[in-house]
Ligand binder design. Sequence first.
Ligand code: CA
Length: 221
Amino acid sequence: MHILVVEDDPSISEPLVAGLARHGFEPEAVATGAEALTAAPRADLVLLDLGLPDLDGTEVCRRIRELTSVPVIVVSARGDEVDRVVLLETGADDYVVKPFGLRELVARIRAVARRSAGPAAVGTEELVVGPLRVDLRAHRVEVDGTEVELTPKEFDLLAHLAGDPGAAHTRRDILEEVWDPNWYGSPKTLDVHVASLRRKLGHPEWIEAVRGVGFRLTVPT
Ligand code: CA
């Protein structure tokens, strides 16, 4: 899924592009409204910052809508008067307010993409790692065909690890993406969820601790 990120601030667009790539999207960043209008027709979804240097964001949104039916999620800064009616009149499908977490954004991207794609896209969002199946749409997990009941946070943690199986995920990344970008709770929370996941998945080897780094998902041998 090719996502066009329209954002003039590299301190926002760079981590955003990296984060979206980690979630399996193909992001492309442009920094102006003019570039956005050129690139929008080949995108599957547009993430559009309203505060752009050359054109007013709502005008960009309106013009994209004239060019193509690509879904648009508008990003506005905190403190902006986000007038939902105006946004919807410009043709935006949804909006997020800065600062936002990557997890929230990904959930909205998936929801908007689902609505615009219709039933054809249903059922494709499944992560399969050996005998483990994680159905992101239905929030269902199976090991060897048997359903495993997880809490929402356990599910999010497993989905995060299963999104890049075998890779070491740092504690910091996990806390930021599964919990919140501004999460300052006890670091023990992560360990408690890991222990619980290992127990529910039926084998401690599913989630391997990577010393000094974090955790990785592996298929028990
Ligand atoms: Ca901006």
